[in-house]
Write a protein of this length. Structure first.
Length: 285
């Protein structure tokens, strides 16, 4: 039996609202794009459309902002966190979903509770912890990439694990039972059945962990030094040097921001199909 679908809003009103929302979102991006190829004086005067094109801003940022080293550090740290977080979270979620043991419910509730702790409250404890480790073990911690990696991984794992728990609950348990009848171990089931069927959830977990490391400024500005600073910190330092005095280099600042945002946009476009499946937990029916 067919049922008629009644629209809440007329078609013309829907189109108008979508157009206005699109303009609202696109206007800041277009302003950044035009400002990145505009003259600094024109940007300071508030011009939206470029009065004179300066595409050389995109070539100059690699020297003035030191964006190359920042992007390399961001890709290395954030990429490592994304891969490790996805793999550890799927293994942890598999144990939490498929096995019953004492403390399982407490762990699941703890994963949710950890999401409510603001990251700013953890800045000082994390710094003191790494400083004490450096003193006790006589190894470098502050100013290293691995310290930043451990910090991001600590914050990414609870959310990534909860995403995978939600996703794995939708996978039929009969698949595991059939594999065990054929003599497969838990590790073989995880490697050959669960992981191949969990790609949407894995992509969501990995992208979240990647964005956590890519966008962070607070922890990276404290833990890193001039050689290991990420792209976000490099932008912050460059923006701080432009305050006061002569006209800031608005064109290079906007160009740097767009270059840093480009990998995230490409990431979303490349894995859009997996993101939709992972967020809706619609992998297997």
């Amino acid at each position: 039996m067919k049922t008629d679908v009644h629209r809440l809003l007329p078609r013309w009103l829907q189109g108008t609202i979508i157009t206005l929302l699109g303009l609202f979102v696109a206007t800041p991006v277009l302003y950044m794009l035009f400002a990145s190829v505009n003259d600094d004086l024109a940007v300071a005067a508030g011009d939206f459309w470029p009065s004179a094109f300066h595409p050389g801003n995109y070539a100059e940022i690699w020297d003035t902002v030191e964006l190359g080293a920042g992007l390399s550090n961001s890709v290395l740290v954030a990429g490592s966190v994304a891969v490790v977080s996805a793999l550890v979270s799927v293994a942890t979620a598999y144990v939490l979903v498929r096995f019953r043991f004492l403390g399982r419910g407490l762990i699941l509730r703890g994963l949710l509770a950890l999401q409510s702790i603001p990251g700013t409250l953890m800045l000082l404890p994390v710094f003191v912890l790494f400083a004490n480790l450096s003193r006790i073990l006589s190894i470098d911690t502050i100013g290293t990439r691995w310290a930043l990696f451990v910090t991001y991984l600590t914050f990414a794992l609870p959310f990534s694990t909860w995403v995978m728990v939600t996703y794995l609950r939708g996978l039929p348990a009969e698949l595991d039972e059939a594999a065990r009848l054929d003599g497969a171990s838990s590790w073989r089931i995880l490697r050959s059945i669960v992981i191949p069927l969990s790609w949407p959830g894995l992509v969501v977990s990995a992208i979240f962990a990647f964005l956590l490391g890519w966008n962070d400024v607070l922890f990276a500005s404290v833990i890193t030094d001039a050689d290991t600073r990420t792209a976000a910190v490099a932008l912050q330092v460059f923006g701080a040097t432009q305050e006061g005095g002569a006209v800031p280099l608005y064109g290079q600042l906007m160009a740097s921001a767009l270059v840093c945002a480009l990998p995230v946009v490409v990431l979303y476009l490349a894995f859009q199909r997996f993101l939709v499946g992972g967020l809706t937990a619609g992998g297997v029916k």
